[in-house]
Write a protein that binds this ligand. Structure first.
Ligand code: PXG
Ligand code: PLP
Length: 442
């Protein structure tokens, strides 16, 4: 390989969620990006089958977002976000809450999905306390949930390896309901599995165990993303909503992946017709161009905080960069492009073609499940004996080196997140490449 950096020059950077030693032996390096392609350091044009990291739904370096960012950074680079404000943040909060399901009327800005999650959990706890119901402190997550990497997020999250190293220090008073994945009952489902709505009833059992008066909130991804695309069983989210409402428990949808068109609607809440009390989002809010996240909250929650003396701070929480001007400008430009280009509708139209293309792998001898919803898809491979994850990583690497294609693997599950504005033939070609790789993978 030409122009590969020396091992020494790569030593300082501790890469996130990456096998550092393995990566640095044959680094997969990207020099630039435009539209649907990366250009690698060795000059190859590489198709991005993962939209950044679920982030860049309308393609890389979108000219309208680039222009908005360039203008903003030269006009107001930073504004002290505590005790001062600027127009773009207010405008973005207005646009965002108009896009959100009815009733979610307020937005708190963060810089990432992880920060959105921890913010949402704190707002949920604060809400009950503000109402004089301070006994509601328990948080409930779900097995196989991914809610980022901060302490709140890994505590309600349901991924063993993300928790194990920190297990003694996870936050107190968290419980989990069962995940909805079942190879036995729902393998090769197209879209939402018909089996599994009853799994929501486990929440009733936790209410019986802990008593509703101790439970603040339940957090779930409407479609679990990171743990391999687990669409909710038909009726499942409706059931969760019903149980939460019945017991005065707040329902949080973590839409860091599912918001902004990924499943053909502005929010999964709209697609499924189930409205939570809070929504966390990030990624597609700025098309990934500048880090930014948000928590959308119902007016009821917001008003519960707006009590007491007017000169006192209502929520002791915030980030230096909450509502950062450059991020807000990127967000405004992104929402405008979504509207002008009809990105969510484009995604919805591609859904059938994507589903058909990914389900061609149903009969592949190495494949044990194929799952899809909207433009989220997963192909689960049988693991190699004694080496779970090795096969998935091999496929990722072969796609990169031999097919000029970026896909992601989570252990042995291959994941796909095509652009909202993909060309149909690109989706076909992507899966043709994956098939060539799978056919020669051992
Ligand atoms: N919640 C959900 C549902 C997410 O998917 C986060 C929170 C955390 O967001 P930040 O911005 O702090 O990373 C996420 C992020 C993958 C993958 O391969 C998914 C995410 C991040 C990295 C990889 O599926 N999701
Ligand atoms: N640590 C120190 C010493 C700080 O002063 C601050 C913010 O002022 C933080 C952490 C938090 O940083 P941020 O607001 O970017 O999350």
């Amino acid at each position: 390989m030409n122009n590969q950096p020396s091992a020494e020059s790569m030593d300082a950077y501790w890469m996130p969620f990456t096998a550092n030693r393995d990566f640095k032996q044959s680094p997969r390096l990207i020099a630039s990006a435009k539209g649907h392609y990366y250009i690698s350091n060795d000059g190859r044009k590489i198709y991005d089958g993962f939209s950044g990291l679920w982030t860049s739904g309308i393609g890389h370096c979108h000219p309208k977002i680039v222009e908005a960012v360039q203008n903003q950074v030269a006009t107001l680079d930073l504004c002290m976000g505590f005790q001062l404000g600027h127009d773009s943040a207010f405008e973005l909060a207005n646009k965002l809450t108009h896009l959100a399901p009815e009733g979610l009327d307020h937005a708190f800005f963060t810089n990432s999905g992880s920060e959105s999650v921890d913010t949402a959990l704190k707002i949920a706890l604060g809400y009950h306390r503000a109402r004089g119901d301070a006994g509601r402190t328990r948080l409930i997550g779900r097995q196989r949930g991914y809610h980022g990497v901060n302490f709140g997020g890994i505590s309600v999250g349901g991924i063993g390896p993300n928790r194990k190293m920190f297990s003694a220090n996870l936050i107190n008073g968290v419980d989990h309901i069962f995940h909805t994945h079942s190879l036995e009952h729902a393998a090769f489902s197209h879209g939402q599995p018909k089996w599994g709505a009853h799994l929501a009833d486990e929440l009733e059992q936790l209410v019986a165990l802990h008593d509703a008066s101790t439970i603040a909130a339940v957090i779930v991804e409407p479609v679990a993303g990171s743990t391999g695309i687990l669409p909710p069983p038909v009726g499942y989210l409706e059931r969760l909503r019903e149980i939460c409402t019945k017991h005065g428990i707040l329902l949080i949808f973590d839409e860091v992946i599912t918001a902004f068109g990924r499943i053909g609607a502005p929010f999964a809440a709209e697609r499924f017709g189930v409205t939570p009390d809070l929504i966390t989002c990030a990624k597609g809010l700025t098309n990934g161009v500048i880090p930014m996240g948000a928590v959308l909250v119902s007016d009821t929650i917001y008003q519960a905080f707006m009590q007491g003396p007017e000169q006192s701070i209502e929520l002791f929480h915030g980030y230096t960069y909450s509502g950062h001007p450059v991020a807000a400008a990127a967000g405004l430009a992104t929402l405008q492009v979504y509207r002008e280009e009809g990105s969510f509708e484009q995604a919805r139209e591609l859904e059938t073609l994507f589903a058909e293309a990914i389900h061609q792998f149903d009969d592949h001898p190495m494949v044990i499940d194929v799952r899809n919803l909207g433009l989220m898809g997963a192909i689960e491979l049988a693991p190699r004996d004694g080496a779970p994850g090795a096969r998935g990583l091999d496929v990722h690497k072969q796609c990169f080196w031999e097919e000029d294609l970026v896909i992601r693997n989570g252990m042995d599950t291959l994941q796909f997140s095509p652009f909202l504005n993909s060309r149909p033939e690109d989706i076909q070609q992507m899966f043709a490449a994956v098939k060539r790789v799978l056919d020669k993978t051992t």
